[in-house]
Design a protein around this ligand. Structure first.
Ligand SMILES: Nc1ncnc2c1ncn2[C@@H]1O[C@H](COP(=O)(O)OP(=O)(O)OP(=O)(O)O)[C@@H](O)[C@H]1O
Ligand SMILES: [Mg+2]
Length: 233
């Protein structure tokens, strides 16, 4: 089995500036994910599931520990990699689906979805982008409109079409079925199964894990860490 990610002794504290206190999110958390493997993150609200995904995506920094990400040409520690390297990984190797689409003004839905294809050097990406929008049930009259004015569910569909259009080495999923109708949910599950069979490693949080029961290989349950400690801030 090809290893994709090794999290080693991860530690993260949130500093609550207004209280001059720090709140531990994780201490010494270690786990691995292999190619084609689906790891389900579990635990109550506020336990740190989204935080852990953001640390791997590097929108949150890691306080201590390592996130070894295996690439064909070597291993890189996501906890310490330069921002430019993280930007490259986000373009072609690590994908992140959240409930929120960050819509850019004047960029159409079909362009939002076509962008990863263009960046990968694929010529004439619009037909493929439109097919992905259709798969997730975005109406054709919306394809050339800007998603900023779309409903929450429509934005989520554009998000999914974009994030899942190319197989990444590692896919992070933060409650991607929230706000989806039954048709889009079915399309998502079919696409995830397809990507998994192509060797994509996935780490996901699902409110209703029953939806993805057939995809799950392993589970990681996060435990609440409640102690507050005083820090000088
Ligand atoms: N930037 C931040 N600064 C301070 N505290 C934060 C920050 N981001 C998250 N937290 C806190 O970290 C804890 C974990 O939040 P997180 O969003 O990771 O939980 P979660 O397990 O994803 O919960 P849910 O199931 O509700 O989505 C929460 O108590 C949250 O308030
Ligand atoms: Mg969350």
């Amino acid at each position: 089995m090809t290893r994709v990610l090794t999290a080693e002794a991860l530690t993260k504290n949130f500093v609550l500036h207004h209280l001059s206190q720090s709140l531990p999110a994780f201490r010494d958390l270690s786990f691995t994910v292999d190619a084609g493997e689906f790891l389900l993150l579990r635990g109550p609200n506020g336990v740190g599931k989204s935080t852990l995904l953001r640390m791997i995506w590097r929108s949150y920094l890691v306080d201590a520990g390592h996130l070894w990400f295996e690439r064909p040409d070597g291993v890189i520690d996501l906890a310490r990699a330069a921002d430019v390297d993280i930007a490259v990984l986000r373009r072609g190797e690590i994908g992140f689906v959240t409930q929120f689409l960050i819509a850019r003004p004047r960029v159409s839905a079909e362009e939002v979805v076509a962008e990863p294809l263009r960046q990968a050097g694929i010529a004439d990406p619009l037909p493929r982008a439109r097919a992905a929008l259709e798969t997730f049930g975005v109406r054709p009259d919306l394809w050339r409109a800007c998603p900023a004015t779309f409903s929450g569910g429509e934005q989520q569909k554009v998000n999914l079409a974009r994030a899942l259009i190319l197989p990444m080495r590692l896919l992070l999923l933060d409650e991607p079925t929230a706000s989806l109708d039954a048709g889009a949910r079915k399309a998502l599950l079919a696409r995830l199964a397809d990507l998994k069979s192509q060797g994509v490693a996935m780490i996901g949080v699902f409110h209703h894990p029953g939806d993805v029961a057939h995809l799950i290989d392993r589970e990681l349950t996060l435990k609440p860490m409640t102690e507050l400690s005083n820090v000088a801030v």
